[in-house]
Design a protein around this ligand. Structure first.
Ligand code: GLC
Ligand code: CA
Length: 553
């Protein structure tokens, strides 16, 4: 397989609002990030993916951009950015920026112009339609509740917003939109950034005629079905020619609704589009009747089936991104592991082992390397996330879910779980800010924090550090091919990786049940590469949340 730096890298995602506040206003900022770069270097990561830091009215925490070539006031200035980039590069790390171009903010000058009149030169930058019988042009629902259409008085028409009403969708069928986006991307590349994470890039090409969406049973709106639209590959190939092909940058597409077949096109190893995609099949397996708002937990056999399908089918054709958490997902240890006092650390290490030993580029979401957990939110006013707040009102208002259940589901699945401040130490506000944090700090920061973990050689932090450094020594972790064993086992996730003569056997116990597993004879004298138990052995006894990796040369 062809080698590439972005296949060998480990990426760390920073959610800037919650990472580190440098000036006491309670909001994380660029100078805060710069002040903590040594921490990331010590962890050993190669690439930082920065969630959006551009000018934004913050209806969706920066995913609603009003100026792509300027920095959000609360985060600092362009000089702060340049200094941060420089300091990242000085430490041998790279920076990947979030590219949010399915939509802009409604305060972006393009949209301000667009809504003025039907013949405004920017009218066609967005998707405008006449109402139908005095109602929305079609039945599409927004990802953030309500209709995907908003009526605009100025011209008596509706505009499309797949996300909030302050995030109007750009019209990618307009060549002027594409060329504006490409030139903005080139501007950032010339500044010296090292790549892009492309926000909901699978949604940019809408079906001609915008046909009515399918109604799921009990749903209030139709599904826009915009994923993998008719021209999406053509537009990404154009983007690749106009931008990416001119630089040594890495790209990862956030591809809601992507299938394996589609991913082979987006992330094809021939390099015509993107380097890799984020797929969401494995984080949708625990969805229920009302989508993510449920208390279901995933069955291990389902998780193994889906992860393995992506591993096997992209092999030699495209490249995987590996993640269990990000700023839109609950904390991985709470969701897939066990965040009780007894098992939190053990299960966080087990999950890390399971993920980092697979084929693909691993992503660590800020705080995941500490085993940070979900948050015991008590009431709606403690929440900040527009998705959770809107869903609460919509689903409880329609009588579909009681307020008590909905609050419980939000504590299990809501996005704010991942957005509380990074826990640096046990001082007030977890060392994140001297002021009042924009969102509450998880009350467990006195026990779970970076300072304590850096001092403890057996911490989750040091386990991540070891996994990341192993990847630098062990080509097999990057390039080896994957094979699942024991597909039907509900407790153990067991797989091998193979590269030439070398073979890894990875065993992860996703439960507290002690199990036995007969270690295959070929591993009887294999070295133990890493384990989350200090006395792991070849006996085949697999304890609660144990992870063990055998390496046969
Ligand atoms: C992506 C982002 C999410 C955001 C949405 C709209 O899914 O990850 O945080 O709300 O796009 O931009
Ligand atoms: Ca600040």
């Amino acid at each position: 397989m062809e080698k590439a730096w972005w296949k060998e890298a480990v990426v760390y995602q920073i959610y800037p609002r919650s990472f580190m506040d440098s000036n006491g206003d309670g909001i994380g900022d660029l100078n805060g990030i710069t002040s903590r770069l040594d921490y990331l270097r010590d962890l050993g990561i190669d690439v930082i993916w920065l969630s959006p830091v551009y000018k934004s009215p913050n209806d969706d925490n920066g995913y609603d951009i009003s100026d792509y070539q300027d920095i959000m006031d609360e985060f600092g200035t362009m000089e702060d950015f340049d200094r941060m980039l420089d300091e990242i590069h000085k430490r041998g790390m790279k920076l990947v920026m979030d590219l949010v171009v399915n939509h802009t903010s409604d305060e972006h000058p393009w949209f301000v112009e667009s809504r003025k009149s039907k013949d405004n030169p920017y009218r066609d930058y967005y998707i405008w339609r006449e109402g139908k019988d005095g109602k929305e042009p079609n039945n599409w629902g927004s990802c953030f509740s309500g209709s995907a259409w908003k009526y605009d008085e100025a011209t008596d028409m509706y505009f499309l917003h797949l996300f909030s009403t302050k995030q109007p969708d750009l019209n990618w069928d307009n060549p002027k939109v594409r060329s504006e986006v490409f030139s903005m991307m080139n501007w950032w590349c010339q500044k010296g950034i090292d790549g892009f994470r492309m926000d909901v890039i699978s949604l940019i090409s809408k079906k001609p005629g915008l046909p009515e969406g399918k109604m799921a049973p009990g749903a209030l709106y139709g599904d826009p079905g915009c994923a993998n639209g008719p021209h999406v590959h053509e537009y990404l190939q154009e983007m690749n020619r106009e931008v990416m092909s001119n630089y040594d940058v890495m790209t990862v597409g956030e591809c809601a609704g992507v299938t394996i077949e589609e991913a082979k096109k987006y992330a094809s190893l021939d390099g015509k589009e993107l380097n890799m995609v984020f797929q969401f099949e494995h984080v949708g397996l625990d969805d229920g009747e009302f989508g993510k708002w449920t208390d279901r937990r995933v069955k291990l056999t389902d998780l193994k089936r889906v992860m393995s399908a992506w591993q096997n089918e992209l092999e030699g054709k495209a490249w995987n991104s590996l993640f269990f958490g990000n700023h839109d997902q609950p904390r991985s240890v709470s969701r897939f592991g066990n965040d009780s006092l007894q098992y939190r650390e053990r299960s966080a290490k087990m999950l890390a082992t399971c993920l980092h030993m697979m084929q693909g580029t691993p992503y660590v979401y800020q705080g995941e390397e500490l085993g940070m957990t979900n948050v015991p939110f008590k009431s709606l006013d403690e929440l900040r996330d527009i998705e959770s707040i809107n869903a609460f009102h919509e689903l409880t208002g329609a009588g579909k879910i009681t307020p008590e259940d909905m609050m419980r589901y939000i504590c299990l699945r809501g996005r704010d779980n991942a957005r509380t401040p990074m826990q640096w130490d046990d001082s007030e506000n977890a060392g994140f800010t001297d002021g009042t944090p924009w969102i509450m700090v998880n009350p467990n920061y006195c026990t779970i924090n970076a300072k304590a973990e850096q001092q403890d050689p057996d911490s989750v932090f040091h386990y991540y550090q070891k996994l990341i450094s192993l990847r630098k020594k062990k080509e097999i972790m990057v390039y080896g091919s994957y094979a699942l064993l024991e597909a039907e086992d509900e407790d153990l996730y067991i797989y091998t990786r193979t590269l030439g003569e070398e073979k890894l056997l990875v065993i992860c116990n996703f439960t507290e049940n002690e199990r036995t597993y007969e270690i295959p004879a070929e591993f009887s004298d294999a070295e133990i590469l890493i384990s989350n138990y200090p006395d792991a052995d070849h006996s085949g006894r697999i304890r609660a949340y144990e992870a063990i990796v055998f390496d046969k040369m």
